[in-house]
Design a protein around this ligand. Structure first.
Ligand SMILES: NC(=O)c1ccc[n+]([C@@H]2O[C@H](COP(=O)([O-])OP(=O)(O)OC[C@H]3O[C@@H](n4cnc5c(N)ncnc54)[C@H](OP(=O)(O)O)[C@@H]3O)[C@@H](O)[C@H]2O)c1
Length: 329
């Protein structure tokens, strides 16, 4: 089993349309998951320094590369510029830290993680006051940071550069102020949050879309409750249309949700730390949805943002924060 479909990015680089997400996994979990994912045939891995597991992922990559079990050119590794380092002078140092942890000389894609920025706390995370309110860094200047991102390509530290969580207006502004256009915009995208205007705009501008939380981020409730955010979130596996289509193809709801993303021309990065589910999520290249089925799923959009960054109270004060969450007025 392997991901047999690739999307050609605007710089000619081929990106596997399915990758493994790695958010919310401990070191021990992620080592097992990445080992199982490579074994199952995954070659595209999505990570970020804020997931705090790049070093564990790097240990597995090193084992596989040293043993000759995989060639570097067959891997597609994505990581991100942390939201507390959204400044031109931090870009090179940050990617070099990620590369050292990942045991790589280059990544395949380096993303600006968010259009908004935080101040870094002493624990290496986000700085919060005694009430838990995050300190935002309002000096964010995408065009200036992007110049430093472009230099990474020239320096051979990444093959491609891109953005994440950017709105249509933010993408448009960046496109007017860049030498190298972003290869992808990684955004939350699933049947209940389709962001058609943003997706269509990016497609028209040749900026590929990577869909994060493609299964509805089933583990987010755990994080929400840790910081006292209480939300009733939908279970995408329970949607009748998804269940019916799954039954018709002899597939699971997860496989239908992922196949729909791919059949609509996007890239999906589902996270699982369970070897069985990792295999299930990869086993989607032996069927296709019909136009009718695709349209049925397109009609499900409810504009429900699951990763609404509510866990970062105070963020709504940042001028580049464009999401709606329980704190935005
Ligand atoms: N750029 C950003 O700001 C951003 C934000 C969020 C996410 N991301 C990236 O996108 C990746 C995916 O998003 P996500 O982690 O939020 O959510 P997701 O992939 O939509 O959902 C992951 C959850 O679904 C469960 N799951 C996975 N496959 C399953 C299956 N076949 N059947 C049943 N349950 C299944 C996982 O549990 P188990 O692990 O127990 O299987 C986990 O709890 C992240 O890991 C990260 O790499 C990026």
């Amino acid at each position: 089993m392997a991901c047999t479909k690739f999307l050609t990015l605007n710089n000619g680089v081929k990106m596997p349309v399915l990758g493994i997400g790695t958010w919310q996994s401990s070191d021990a979990e992620i080592e097992i998951a990445i080992e199982a994912a490579l074994e199952a045939g995954y070659r595209h891995i999505d990570t970020a320094p804020v997931y705090r597991n790049e070093a564990a992922i790097g240990r597995v990559l090193k084992r596989w590369l040293d043993a000759g079990k995989v060639k570097r050119e067959d891997l597609f590794i994505v990581t991100k510029l942390a939201s507390y380092a959204n400044h031109p002078h931090e870009v090179e140092g940050e990617i070099k830290k990620s590369l050292a942890d990942l045991h790589l000389d280059y990544v395949d894609l380096y993303l600006i993680h968010t259009p908004f920025s935080f101040v870094k706390g002493e624990d290496g995370g986000v700085k919060r006051d005694k009430d838990g309110i995050v300190e935002v860094d309002v000096t964010t200047n995408h065009a200036a940071t992007w110049v430093a991102m472009e230099k990474l390509v020239e320096a051979g530290l990444t093959k491609s550069i891109g953005i994440s969580n950017f709105s249509k207006e933010q993408v448009a502004r960046l496109l007017k102020n860049c030498k190298i256009p972003p290869a992808t915009n990684q955004i939350e995208h699933h049947v209940y949050l389709q962001q058609r205007d943003l997706v269509d705009f990016c497609k028209a501008e040749n900026v590929a879309i990577t869909a994060y939380s493609p299964l509805g981020s089933r583990g987010i409730a755990k994080i929400n409750s840790l910081v006292g955010v209480h939300r009733d979130l939908p279970d995408l596996f329970d949607i009748p249309e998804v269940k019916d289509i799954a039954k018709a193809h002899g597939k699971t709801p997860a496989q239908v949700l992922l196949r729909w993303i791919i059949d609509t021309g996007l890239i999906a990065i589902p996270k699982s730390a369970e070897p069985k589910r990792l295999k299930e999520n990869l086993d989607i290249f032996d069927f296709e949805l019909s136009t009718e089925e695709i349209d049925k799923l397109l009609a499900l959009d409810k504009n429900i943002r699951i990763c609404d960054f509510s866990i970062f109270q105070g963020l709504e004060k940042h001028p580049e924060f464009t999401f709606k969450n329980q704190y935005t007025k």
